[in-house]
Design a protein around this ligand. Sequence first.
Ligand SMILES: Nc1ncnc2c1ncn2[C@@H]1O[C@H](COP(=O)(O)OP(=O)(O)OP(=O)(O)O)[C@@H](O)[C@H]1O
Ligand SMILES: [Mg+2]
Length: 320
Amino acid sequence: MPDRIGPYVLDAELGRGTMGRVHRAHDSRNGRVVAIKTLSLGSEFEGYALDEARTRFQREAQAASRLRHPDIVDVLDSGDNGSLAWLVMELLTGQDLSHHTRPAALLPVSSVLAIGARVADALAHAHDHGVVHRDIKPANVMIDPDRDQVKVTDFGVARLLDASRTRTGLVLGSPTYMSPEQLAGRSIDGRSDLYSLGVVLFQLLTARLPFSGATMTELMAAVAQQPAPDARLLRPGLPDALADVVSILLEKRPELRYADGHSLAGDLRLVASRMQPRPDREASTATPLTARSGGRQGPKASPDNDIDGNATGNADALPG
Ligand SMILES: Nc1ncnc2c1ncn2[C@@H]1O[C@H](COP(=O)(O)OP(=O)(O)OP(=O)(O)O)[C@@H](O)[C@H]1O
Ligand SMILES: [Mg+2]
């Protein structure tokens, strides 16, 4: 890995994904601190396929950089030097949602609702602009409760993974979040992202995946045929309406899901607004990310209670 890419000087590594790494970096022209994602196209593609991958990358990066939404990471710049492609983004603080998928680290239901609604807003915006994410999963959503921030990352990157996947015949990345139509290689639209968000919500609420399999073939069969489990059975006390929303998202046929992110966001906010305030937690927890930053907040709706998973009450407790 070079220590400099164009005008960007690489600092600490922030994380690794399937095809590349994310570094903190700064722009030597103005000192601006950014995040830079590098993708080693040269090790994934060669010859004609490499040229095609570069063209595709630039096209996707440009589409992603046109998306401007408070809940979507800003893409500032992109480029490639023949074998290495890079995407410069605003540097995000906080953690990605994969930190909240273990039983001991689950977020309160109210936080999951608030985050889910904002991811749905972000998807609605992207879909309205003709961009399908294709790789919605916990690692691609960063949250920072201190800043009341939810950011969906990696718009446009997944198409490249798809191309690489097709070339090698392997499934890169995680197929666990893919819709039945995406796994089957059929054409997809925004409703495929909504399915993936359904898997993410299911996991954030129960610490389990709705479908699994020891092999790819088993997983694909489960996703294609098995009905999704009822999230309420894994997290007793979950509002019925929320379990229903998740079931709708996990419908096999896209036409049975929400038509778009707007209507999903509306329903998630409705569920949040109807969640009964409990005696041990006064006031509305409908917007816990906001509450943390000093917005609407009752005397006992302590911020730490809200986001750090120090859950109280039935819906926030896991069985066992
Ligand atoms: N703009 C950013 N600012 C700060 N950290 C980021 C940023 N983008 C990504 N990260 C961090 O870097 C990690 C690695 O990201 P990356 O996209 O390479 O991998 P991934 O999302 O886990 O997998 P995939 O390669 O399938 O997308 C992320 O999980 C996240 O924690
Ligand atoms: Mg990512």
